[in-house]
Structure formats: structure tokens, C-alpha cells
Design a protein around this ligand. Structure first.
Ligand SMILES: [Zn+2]
Length: 453
């Protein structure tokens, strides 16, 4: 039975990761109002835009040491961490192109990322007269990405930009291909060099599935699930968060606030992903007993229930993100800042005492919280949305109906249904906002410290 349980878990994780959305769809739409609620960020003076090459040329020596300390931290603290090969150690010196290439290799990110200078405009924002960059300059992804709906305003070195815009923009950037193709079996030259090993779950040939083990954190499954599928322990958002957090603090401490806030946004992305219950739980709404039963009958030759369970979990995962994205986008276009989801993300009532972001917070706080909400989230989706989207295994969300707008669908439902969806999603986004602010607050405190600490 072990292999079969393994299969369902693999397939479910794959299904979750292969869809058109990436946890919260477009993090900028949530991070921006979350941070607008922080006066120290909202009123922060504009900072000077700097290219990555300028930052690296100025700080190469310090970054050598920082990245060494970071690697030592990850080896000591991240469970099942795949150590970075020594050949990728960052060294100062050489041409700007060599420095940049070595930095990207030491971070083990997709070298096709252009890391251009830009901010994302909000939907409905008046951008007439401003220079824009096409989405192909922003993301390496060519399919199924909400970046294709985005408007990106070009920045140039020396421009002044608000930290709020830098962080909010950067919080969506890890979904632009940064963590794609990094595994040994992804068929990329860099994947072969990076030392992460084989992709733990999902189809290694599918572009988007390869980022999932960095953007999901399965830290709170039952012992029997880990026993059958040990590879589920190989999820690494903690490695990414700590790396970007350390780089952010260092850049802020050494007078490079543009890169400080950009790295901060990258760290926020993974923290925010973990507030999405389908990113912190393998199969929300499916008990272990049912998983075993489905696999037993699968073993006896009746495969349909297993396939159905996987499609349903994937459809619910994607329906949550579709509703959140369409509703927030709609609120921005209509200039309705009073929308319940935008208000939820701005809600600071639970912020008191949340001014630190400890090394174990992603595991012990953020994902624990959303994992505990997974069953309830799944139930609300099942009971609120028309059965076609959440209870019909013949329907594949995102494929059967391109351009689906579940916010529009819910708007035509009875008031009680609308309230249930609003309440559930607003609850999750309240956590999104609170953790976003806690992280930024902790970074503000660190930015005043000596860079060697
Ligand atoms: Zn993500």
C-alpha cells in the first residue's frame, strides 16, 4: 500500500502545483494594502533605484561572507537541506557580468530571470505617459501566468521610488520563474549544477510544477503520511525566506535600500504562500482514513476514486485563488478600497505583539495556522461554489473554462453564500496581512543594526 499512498500524494501535489495560479494570485494586490496599513512604510521616503550590478560591485566582499554564513545556517537549520555545492560559492572580483552570474549561481535561482527594474501598477491605475515593460521582460513563464494581465512600469537607475511599491512589486516576483527548473531532473544545465537533487514531487517535465517544493511547506501532516511519502518533507520555503531576509537586512544596513526592499518582497512571497491552506496541507478535506481506502480500492483495480480525489483537491485549490484574484482585481479596477478582502488584508487589529519573524516562524506559526484552517476552508468552498467547480471530477478548473470568474459566479448566489465566501477568504487574508507586516517590522528593526551581526 505504501507505493499507492505515495502515488496519491505525489499526484495531488502535482495537481495542485500544475494549475494556472500560484498560491495567492498576484501577491502585489494583497501586499500593497497590507503595507499601506503601516505608517512607517507608507510614509517612508522614496529610495534611489540601483541596478543589481551596482549593488554587487559595491558589496561583493561583504556578500561573500554573508552568503557563506547563510549556507552554514541552512545546513545547520533546514531539515533535509540539499547543501550548495562548493563550486557555487560566491567570490568577489571579475567583470560585472561574472559577478552577476556568480551571485545568481550562489542563490541557486533560474539564471534566465532578467531582474529588470520595474514596479507593478495596480489594476485600474492611470499609467498614461509612463514607460511600461512588456510582461515578457518580467517573467520567464510563457503560459498560464497572471503576470500577463499586469502592467509593469519601467524604472531606471537613479529614479526615486517608494519602498511600498518596491516591496509590493517584489512580493510577486518569485512566481515569475525564479524557482523553475532548479532540480537535477528538470532538463536544465543549471538544475544539474545546483545540487538540489531530484524533484521531490510533481512531474519534472512540467514547467510550473518544479517551483512547488519551494513555495509549499508540508510541515504538519500526520506521521503515517510522512512514513509512506517521506519526500513530502523535502519542501524548502524556509531556506528561501531566510536567504532573502538576510540579503534584505544586509542591503538595508549598507545603504542599498532599493535592493533591501526588493529582497524583502521576495521573502514575503514565500511567507504569504504559506498562508494559503492548500500550500500548507497535502490534501485538505481528505482524511488519512479516506486516503488509505481510496488507495486500497485503487490497488484492487478501481482507479476512478483516486483520480477524482486529486482533481477535486486541485479544483478547490484553484477556485479559492480564482475567486480571490478576480475579486481583488475587480475592486481595484472599480476603485472600491472598501472591499472586504482589501479591508481584511489591511486589518491591524491582531498586529499587537507581532513585530518579529523568528527563524522557525514559517513552520511553527504561519503554516501551522493555515494548516489548521485547511479543513474549514475546503468545506466552505465545497458548500458555497456551484458543484461543477468543486465537486465534479470531470471538470478541470482553469482548462474547461478559460477566463473563468468565480467572483462573478458568487455574486449571483444567495447572500448567505456570498457571506460565507467573504468571511472565509477575508479570514485567510487577515493572516496574510498580519504576517506580511510582522516580517517587515522585524526587518525595519534589523536595518538599524551593524551589518556584521
Ligand atoms: Zn508562489
Amino acid at each position: 500500500m505504501k507505493r499507492e499512498l505515495e502515488c496519491i500524494v505525489v499526484a495531488a501535489a502535482l495537481a495542485c502545483a500544475a494549475g494556472p495560479a500560484a498560491a495567492w494570485s498576484n501577491h502585489t494586490l494583497g501586499a500593497r494594502p497590507a503595507l499601506e496599513a503601516m505608517p512607517e512604510i507608507k510614509a517612508a521616503p522614496a529610495v534611489k533605484v540601483e541596478t543589481l550590478d551596482t549593488f554587487l560591485a559595491a558589496e561583493a566582499r561583504g556578500l561573500e561572507q554573508l552568503l557563506q554564513r547563510e549556507e552554514a545556517w541552512a545546513r545547520a537549520n533546514v531539515p533535509l537541506y540539499p547543501a550548495r555545492p562548493d563550486a557555487l560559492t560566491f567570490r568577489a572580483g571579475g567583470t560585472p557580468a561574472e559577478l552577476r552570474q556568480r551571485f545568481i549561481a550562489a542563490l541557486r535561482i533560474n539564471p534566465e530571470m532578467k531582474l529588470n527594474l520595474f514596479v507593478q501598477a495596480l489594476p485600474g491605475e492611470n499609467v498614461s505617459g509612463k514607460a511600461t515593460l512588456p510582461w515578457t521582460e518580467i517573467t520567464t513563464r510563457r503560459r498560464a501566468s497572471t503576470a500577463q494581465d499586469g502592467v509593469f512600469l519601467q524604472l531606471r537607475a537613479g529614479d526615486l521610488v517608494a519602498p511600498l511599491e518596491v516591496i509590493a512589486t517584489a512580493s510577486d516576483e518569485p512566481d515569475y520563474g525564479m524557482d523553475i527548473g532548479l532540480w537535477d531532473d528538470n532538463g536544465t544545465a543549471y538544475g544539474k549544477a545546483y545540487g538540489f537533487g531530484k524533484q521531490p514531487f510533481g512531474n519534472p517535465a512540467l514547467e510550473f510544477a518544479s517551483q512547488a517544493p519551494f513555495h509549499m511547506g508540508f510541515f504538519h501532516e500526520s506521521a503515517i503520511v510522512y512514513k509512506a511519502a517521506g519526500f513530502l518533507r523535502r519542501t524548502y520555503p524556509e531556506y528561501r525566506i531566510h536567504l532573502w531576509q538576510s540579503l534584505a537586512a544586509y542591503a538595508l544596513q549598507t545603504g542599498h535600500p532599493y535592493w533591501g526592499w526588493r529582497f524583502a518582497g521576495w521573502a514575503l512571497h514565500y511567507i504569504e504562500d504559506l498562508t494559503q491552506p492548500y500550500h500548507a496541507t497535502v490534501l485538505p478535506g481528505v482524511g488519512v482514513a479516506r486516503m488509505l481506502w481510496v488507495n486500497t480500492i485503487d490497488l484492487l483495480g478501481w482507479h476512478e476514486p483516486k483520480k477524482q480525489a486529486i482533481t477535486l483537491v486541485s479544483n478547490r485549490h484553484l477556485s479559492l485563488e480564482n475567486y480571490q484574484y478576480q475579486r481583488m482585481r475587480n475592486a481595484y479596477v472599480g476603485h472600491r478600497a472598501g472591499d472586504a478582502l482589501i479591508q481584511a488584508v489591511k486589518d491591524t487589529r491582531a498586529d499587537a505583539g507581532r513585530d518579529s519573524f523568528a527563524d522557525d516562524a514559517a513552520r511553527a506559526v504561519v503554516s501551522r495556522e493555515s494548516n489548521a484552517l485547511a479543513g474549514g476552508t475546503d468545506r466552505v468552498l465545497e458548500q458555497s461554489l456551484p458543484p461543477k467547480y468543486v465537486s465534479d471530477p470531470a471538470y478541470v478548473l482553469g482548462e474547461t473554462e478559460p477566463g473563468l470568474d468565480l467572483y462573478g459566479v458568487v455574486n449571483k448566489s444567495p447572500p448567505a453564500v456570498q457571506e460565507a465566501m467573504t468571511g472565509m477568504v477575508a479570514g485567510l487574508l487577515r493572516n496574510f496581512g498580519a504576517h506580511t507586516r510582522a516580517f517587515v517590522r522585524s526587518l525595519l528593526a534589523r536595518s538599524k543594526q551593524d551589518p556584521r551581526r
